[in-house]
Design a protein around this ligand. Structure first.
Ligand code: ADP
Length: 327
């Protein structure tokens, strides 16, 4: 079945444009890269695949279609002084718990003895200041040229939220947002830092591509929920980093399951193990699963994420295990 599907896809698109072909249950997801959308060909391919027994749905996704020429140019690199390693935490779409994962992983890496900085590049919803409790403070410059990072819970941190007006983020898309992100990365006195964790904006737009191209990223962690649709987006994220030669450190499945505090029953609300299967198919590491739990949300909102607030809880330990794998 898998071979049949691949053969058919190859009749319509050349191998270099096929990023992945995923078959799950009766559904086929074909991800294409570096190629402009072409409705006529995709409709013909869909029709052909739907003729196969056991295929009832087909999704065809185009990634970075127009970005391809830009990816081949060598852009000017951003230099982040004092920082040894940079890891990006990314997701294909918003609301899957990327920022929650980024902040808890940064705190876990710090608890393991690393000097850690957490950079909030999520222009669509900068939430790190709230999670680390330095909200409402403007960025401070002592010499008028460089910014001082915020120090919170043992991390150095800086957020795009400290420069932009939360109510008007839309005007900061594109080059203006990239300029602000560059300034906050390169004009900050980070000091000696072993690892910088970057909370990326969700998705695979211009800002994400710029960060991936202009920073020497040492790796990317992809966060996904178990639902299919989030995974399709996660595949796009994986493909974007592959295209710019950033190593994928692995996939984290967030909101993986729910343990009822009353009866201890485990409920797999969004399905389960989708991320592990996707990681396997894409040939990337599955880093671990984090449950959906009230305490994870509540401590983040209180400015003291669970790794700090309840270090002995199983949830904090799950983040610590992932951090150990990253090291
Ligand atoms: P993203 O960065 O992907 O947009 P966030 O990290 O901001 O997502 O999370 C979205 C919401 O879900 C937040 O309110 C957060 O506290 C909550 N959340 C994230 N992960 C979990 C979890 N494992 N359990 C409970 N709530 C979570």
């Amino acid at each position: 079945m898998e071979n049949n599907v691949r053969q058919i896809v190859l009749q319509y698109f050349p191998p270099e444009n096929i990023a992945s072909v995923i078959i799950k249950d009766e559904r086929v997801v074909v991800t294409l890269q570096n190629i402009a959308e072409d409705t006529k060909t995709t409709n013909a391919l869909k029709e052909e695949l739907l003729k196969l027994d056991n295929v009832s749905r087909v999704n065809i996704i185009f990634t970075a279609a127009k970005a391809a020429p830009a990816l081949q140019q060598q852009p000017e690199m951003w230099r982040v002084r004092g920082v040894k390693k940079i890891y990006a935490v990314a997701s294909g779409k918003g609301g899957v718990g990327k920022s929650t994962t980024a902040v808890n992983l940064a705190l876990a890496l710090s608890a393991l003895g690393q000097r850690v900085a957490l950079f909030d590049a999520d222009i669509y919803g900068p939430s790190i200041p709230t999670m680390l409790g330095y909200e409402k403070q403007p960025a401070v410059s002592l010499d008028g040229k460089t910014f001082e990072p915020f120090s919170a819970l043992g991390l150095k941190s800086m957020s795009i939220g400290s420069l932009i007006d939360r109510d008007t983020p839309i005007i900061w898309r594109g080059p203006k947002a990239c300029g602000a992100i560059e300034q906050l990365l390169t004009d900050v006195n980070w000091g000696e830092t072993d690892i910088m964790v970057i909370d990326m904006p969700p998705g695979t737009g211009d800002i994400q591509i710029s960060i991936s191209q202009r920073l020497k990223l040492d790796g990317a962690v992809i966060v996904s929920t178990p639902q299919d649709i989030a995974l399709i987006d996660a595949v796009k994220g994986v493909n974007m980093f592959h295209q710019v030669n950033v190593p994928i450190l692995g996939i984290v499945e967030n909101m993986s399951y729910y343990i009822c505090p009353e009866c201890g029953n485990r409920d797999e609300i969004f399905g389960h193990a989708g991320a592990a299967e996707t990681a396997d198919r894409l040939g990337v590491r599955f880093l671990g699963e984090i449950p959906l739990h009230y305490a994870i949300r509540a401590h983040s909102d209180d400015g003291k994420p669970i790794v700090i607030a309840e270090p002995d809880s199983p949830h904090a330990k799950a983040y610590m295990d992932i951090a150990r794998k990253l090291l």
